[in-house]
Design a protein around this ligand. Sequence first.
Ligand code: ZN
Length: 251
Amino acid sequence: MIRVKIGDKILAEINPIKVTIWNEYVDEKENPEVSGIYPQGIHNALAKGLEPYGFHIQTATLEQPEHGLTEKVLKQTDVLIWWGHVAHEKVKDEIVERVYNRVLQGMGLIVLHSGHYSKLFKRLMGTTCNLKWRESSEKQRFWVVSPSHPITQGLGEYFELEPEETYGEYFDIPAPDELVFVSWFEGGEVFRSGCVFYRSLGKIFYFQPGHETYPTYYNKDILHVIANAVKWAASPHGTAPTFGHFKALEP
Ligand code: ZN
């Protein structure tokens, strides 16, 4: 907690949003092209890029005990960011289940790029989450299709990113509860690149950019969107609902 004081008088108490950035951290160790862009790993690049937004940030990786996602870490996480690619199958089912349950209890979740194919995202969506892709370093244009959504705050009608991996429809997800971005790629594809889902008390944002051989997570617009999404996903929830048999409130 941060206290803003004048003398002994407390003007404000600020609880920074607690963010955990999870990265499988495999490509950066195996592919020199990737380590050239992210020498400390994608998780550390994201942590540095999000630092100016005032979050309390920690990172976790696949190789750590319990993949760095212990009960304690998850309990202290308001928003989890997830990046995975080649090692989805190495994530233990019991950890997937633990994170899944924590999302249902209200932890925010931001799934990035190839995380669409993670066990966790597929579990939350209930579909294959498959899509089309092509690595041809095309320009991508993100169109804001929900200008009143907090995730789009401070953006214009559109922004562009180049180069990025092309993702194409059909993207096999349930219809998003809110569609925030639709992207166009130079090759002609369109893609639902920013999708919001609600699962029990959890808020989920899927954000498509972030192929490991491009410097996407140094881009200021991309970081701005992720920071907006963190604030949105962590925003206060109502009282946890009660389920099951319930007495009448009125006599
Ligand atoms: Zn990719």
